[in-house]
Each structure stands twice: as structure tokens, then as C-alpha cells.
Write a protein of this length. Structure first.
Length: 130
């Protein structure tokens, strides 16, 4: 089985962590790769949630499971919300997925992108043209 990518809403169990409560999840379905990534010093589960397999992913929805410091609240597949082709985040933003239209890319004047990438393109264009 190959890896699967999806988006989730999550909550920290201690609720002392603030900020974005949405994350991209990679379900590796490969125990060896999971162990290799877990051993890497750059591996940061607070940015990307990696799960060894579908079973571990499903267990993460259980608030009383002691396996993780967080629990998953909801899952969004890419078909559910528009995805920015530049950064793979939601359009218009991860905080408001699908709530309203995003920006139009300056690269081709037709592709819808998230608000953050639209701002980045505008600033790059502004400072690049000086």
C-alpha cells in the first residue's frame, strides 16, 4: 500500500498550544520509513503528522488514547476543499478553507491560489520591479 495524504483538524490534549489547528497528515504505510523519519532530528510532528499506518491514524481520533499528545477532530480530503497549487495549503487559507475565493496568481492571471501565496507573489513583484 502506498502512502496517503490528507488534512485534519486537531487539538492538543493539554490545550496550552495555540495557533493553527489544521495540519497535513501523511500516512506512510511503511514501518521502516516511519522509524527512519522518527529518528531524524529534523522530524517535527508539530508541523507534519506522520502515521505509520491507517490503524495508527484511526487511533488518533480517540481523545483518550495516550499514544499522542494530540487527537484528531476531523478529516478533510483534498476533494473537499480547494488546494493551493503553490504551497499545497487550503484556499483561501488553512484557517478558512473554502470560505471564500483565493487570490489569482500573477504568474498566469488565471490560477486560483491561497491568500498567503497571493501576497507573496505581489510582494515579490513589487520588490522585484524596483
Amino acid at each position: 500500500m502506498t502512502e496517503r495524504v490528507t488534512w485534519v483538524d486537531y487539538q492538543w490534549k493539554d490545550e496550552t498550544m495555540s495557533g493553527d489547528k489544521m495540519a497535513q497528515v501523511v500516512i506512510l504505510n511503511d514501518k521502516d520509513l516511519y522509524e527512519e523519519l522518527s529518528a531524524n532530528d529534523d522530524f517535527d510532528q508539530r508541523i507534519w503528522f506522520y502515521f505509520q499506518d491507517e490503524a495508527e491514524f484511526k487511533r488518533a481520533f480517540n481523545k483518550d488514547n495516550d499514544e499522542h499528545d494530540f487527537y484528531l477532530v476531523a478529516q478533510y480530503d483534498e476533494d473537499d476543499k480547494p488546494i493551493c497549487p503553490s504551497c499545497d495549503g487550503f484556499i483561501p487559507s488553512n484557517e478558512n478553507p473554502g470560505a471564500y475565493p483565493g487570490a489569482i496568481s500573477r504568474k498566469d492571471n488565471s490560477t486560483e491560489i491561497c491568500s498567503a501565496c497571493g501576497t507573496a507573489e505581489a510582494l515579490a513583484d513589487f520588490f522585484g520591479n524596483k
